[in-house]
Ligand binder design. Structure first.
Ligand SMILES: Nc1nc2c(ncn2[C@@H]2O[C@H](COP(=O)(O)OP(=O)(O)OP(=O)(O)O)[C@@H](O)[C@H]2O)c(=O)[nH]1
Length: 784
């Protein structure tokens, strides 16, 4: 940055340096040459200005049309310059200066609604000003626009000091104003003044954050020179969404009021403003805009402190120019993405509308729709409950049913295995001894009574009998939830069906659950009733366990042996208590080992049979029972569901209406962007085709991409659109130098070829190879 303080204040032709009327005449905005001191008339030399009308202006109009269509409601963000600042920092004054018209200004909160200001450079004698809000258009003029804005604001936000999120659009078509669209937002205030709601800060900051959060937004942060920038609330907010300040431009107002230290403030850049600072002096009191610009110009030229600030950082004209450049860049950058987003959203909405139920007009149609719902629900349930395919619910773990059921079964099996009774080492054989004593009869002592085994078995089964019931109950609760969810989902579009469907599902699931519990209770009873297995594993296991019997009994019979004995498969057991009842220990040992071997079979049966029954029941449910039940509830005598399907519910009608509105808005938006892209492709692309090597037909392709089918912009059209925009914003092209070098290389190459042919004819082999080498080396250059 070069300070200007040292420069001689050479007077320049004022007509080319300062505006001669209110607002910021584009022709008078200083270009870089101008900043360096060249006094050429800008209108004649400024490429930005000259190409503006036919290049960027249509793009801006397209973006403004999209904004008017409220395409942002569809979640499509538009490139926007948003003006933010603390209360009374001078936001409206900056906009006034740019537009050359009076806006409501003053101390206290003036801007109470988002004011979308569309400035259009329009060569006409009389400026045209009008307001658009809530579907109304109010025409006004320069003298009365401030009042008209105040009236419209009152209408939108009420007469008090409250704020509203409903935007007010001000269109200014005037000769010499910069083509800019900006949104002015209410100033940030921490303390509510009289008449303002208590949560005014939250309301304003919420609105500001909503506008500045999208990446497409450029934040114009208005800071008063009188304030300490680092404590400004607007800086804090913009830093929250734009940490590096890459999309923040600062305008420092009231430079006249606090010139001391301003240069240091804007050069130190303590608050990280990526797009830089522009210091301005706005209109004060009753000054005209011409006077204000003259005064600003004089101030930054002559003030001992302010004149040290670089010319490229001062004045409303510089600000206007920066904004135009920034706006052109973001519009160019964002438009292709907007085209894509509109197409994507439109396609998604069209698909959604198509998936909505048709308006049914006869029972036959209702019957078809009902059978379709049932068919889809059954398919879906088959996939998730039987086949383990969860493509319909990739992220909902609860709907990956086969996996969840397997987990539940695993937990059930573990619970059975770990039930407290299976700790065989604890009070080893005491229970068996007690059973033997109670079941003894008048018979030989070495005959193990069958009833002793049965008693032991029944006791053990009694201890775990609640676990299978609990498992089955949980499993069917879970399956019931899944079935209900799927049914509700498929009948969602016919809420009139849902009650009967829900009733059917709940009724059926209760029935199935009851049946499953009954079945499992029966299995448990069967296990209690008798002991039997044909599994050879039982005997093998028992024989293996009995191998230890002799050693164990010897240990018990010998009183000198230690009181602890380690039994394989059981662990350390206390034999002291057993020595007292040694006459029954052998039988007790036998009884216990039989039980250990048999218990494995019992647990296996309890898991296997419950699992098989579960899968069998699920199959029957999905394949037959569910449909039968739902049909009988919906179509049956109390159902009357098919009749009710003919009446469309208000919720579905509203959804259909909303989708249709959205589709029509998106189609209109698509037309807007299609028109602008078509203009681009037909006018400009033809002009640039030779240089870019684009063959004819690219433009028409592009148009087709935007208009045809569902309006998907083809990859080709997108890249062409980007290319065009890039070419305007300055992409490298082939210059005359590259072409000249290309031609020179081609010429030398041709000469080389001739010489080589001569050498070839002469038959000098060595020279021939040397020429071949040169030929190969030159090949890449000649191809450039
Ligand atoms: N001296 C001087 N006064 C200014 C300048 N800019 C704005 N003002 C004054 O500062 C006061 C507030 O300006 P506004 O433009 O209303 O501020 P605002 O940020 O739009 O206010 P709200 O929207 O209400 O938050 C007005 O009295 C302006 O005249 C300036 O550059 N110099």
């Amino acid at each position: 940055m070069s300070g200007r303080g040292g420069k001689s204040p050479t007077p320049k032709p004022t007509a080319s340096r300062v505006p001669c009327f209110g607002g910021t005449n584009l022709a008078l905005i200083p270009t870089p040459c101008d900043v360096e001191g060249d006094a050429l008339p800008l209108s004649a030399m400024d490429p930005l200005t000259s190409s503006y009308n036919d290049k960027i202006r249509p793009l801006l109009d397209a973006v403004d049309k999209l904004r008017n269509l409220m395409v942002m409601k569809e979640g499509i963000q538009l490139p926007t310059i948003v003006v933010v600042g603390d209360q009374s920092s001078g936001k409206s004054s900056v906009l006034e200066s740019l537009a050359g018209i009076s806006l409501p200004r003053g101390q206290g909160i003036c801007t109470r609604v988002p004011l979308i200001m569309r400035l259009q450079n329009h060569p006409c004698d009389e400026p045209q000003l009008f307001l658009e809000f809530e579907g109304k258009v109010v025409h006004s003029d320069e003298e009365n626009i401030a009042v008209a804005i105040a009236v419209a604001t009152n209408e939108i936000a009420g007469g008090g000091k409250g704020i509203s999120n409903t935007p007010l659009t001000l269109v200014v078509k005037k000769d010499g104003v910069p083509d800019l669209t900006m949104v002015d937002l209410p100033g940030i205030t921490r303390v509510p003044v009289h008449g303002q709601p208590e949560n005014i800060y939250e309301q304003v900051s919420g609105m500001i954050m909503e506008y500045i959060r999208p990446e497409e937004t450029i934040i114009l942060n208005v800071l008063s020179a009188t304030a300490d920038f680092s404590t400004c609330e607007s800086i804090r907010m913009s830093q929250m969404v734009d940490k590096k300040g890459e999309r923040t431009l600062a305008v420092v107002t009231k430079s006249d009021k606090n010139p001391e230290g301003l240069l240091e403030k804007v050069t130190a850049d303590d608050v990280n403003i990526g797009l830089g600072y522009v210091c301005v002096r706005n209109r004060i009191g009753e000054e005209t805009y011409d006077e204000a610009r003259m005064e600003e110009h004089r101030l930054f030229k002559t003030h001992p402190l302010l004149s040290k600030i670089d010319e490229s950082m001062v004045g409303i004209p510089v600000l206007a120019r920066r904004l135009i450049q920034i706006q052109a860049t973001i519009v160019a950058k964002c438009l292709p993405d907007i085209v894509n987003k509109i197409s994507e959203k439109l396609n998604a909405n069209v698909a959604l509308l198509q998936s909505m139920p048709k308006n049914l007009s006869s029972i036959a149609e209702a019957e078809t729709a009902f059978m379709q719902i049932m068919g889809s629900a059954k398919d879906s349930l088959r996939k998730i409950l039987l086949r383990g395919e969860f493509d319909e619910y990739p992220d909902e773990k609860g709907m990956h049913c086969t996996a969840r059921l397997a987990e539940m079964l695993e937990r059930y099996s573990e619970k059975l295995q770990n039930c407290p009774d299976s700790n065989f080492s604890k009070d080893f054989l005491l229970e068996e001894l007690e059973i033997l004593e109670e079941t003894k009869g008048i018979c030989l002592l070495n005959i193990l009574p069958h009833v002793a085994f049965l008693t032991s078995l029944q006791r053990k089964i009694g201890r775990i009998s609640s676990t299978p019931v609990e498992f089955v109950s949980n499993v069917w609760e879970y399956i019931g939830g899944v079935v209900l969810k799927v049914l509700m989902q498929y009948s969602e579009l016919y809420p009139q069906l849902q009650n009967a469907t829900r009733r059917a599902a709940q009724h059926l699931m209760a029935k199935v659950k009851e049946r499953a519990i009954g079945h499992v209770v029966e299995i448990v009873q069967m296990e209690k009733c008798t002991d039997f297995t044909c599994n050879p594993e039982y005997l093998a296991e028992w024989n293996k366990l009995m191998e230890k019997q002799v050693e164990f009994l010897q240990h018990i019979y010998d009183p000198w042996k230690p009181s602890k004995f380690v039994l394989e498969g059981i662990g350390e057991v206390d034999v002291e208590k057993l020595r007292e009842r040694r006459h029954l220990v052998q039988q007790a040992f036998n009884l216990r080992m039989r039980m250990v071997a048999y218990w494995k079979t019992v647990l296996g049966r309890l898991v296997d049979s419950v699992a098989l029954h579960l899968l069998f029941t699920v199959q029957g449910l999905v394949n037959k029972e569910l449909e039968d039940e739902v049909v009988s509830q919906v179509v049956g005598p109390q159902g009357g569901g098919l009749q009710r399907m003919l009446e469309e519910t208000p919720a579905v009608a509203a959804k259909r209406e909303k989708l249709m509105r959205s589709i029509s808005l998106l189609k209109e938006s698509r037309e807007v962007v299609a028109q602008i892209m078509d203009r681009v492709s037909t006018a400009d692309m033809e002009k640039h085709q030779p240089a870019q090597g684009v063959k004819g037909g690219g433009g028409s392709n592009h148009g087709q991409g935007l208009h045809g089918g569902h309006g998907e912009a083809s990859a080709c059209s997108r890249s062409q659109g980007r290319w065009w925009l890039k070419s305007w914003t300055g992409s490298p092209r082939r210059t005359w130098r590259t072409r000249l070098f290309g031609s020179m290389f081609s010429f030398s190459y041709a000469v080389l070829l001739c010489v080589w042919s001569c050498v070839f004819v002469c038959g000098d082999v060595c020279l021939h190879f040397r020429m071949l080498l040169i030929f190969i080396l030159c090949l890449p250059s000649s191809m450039k």
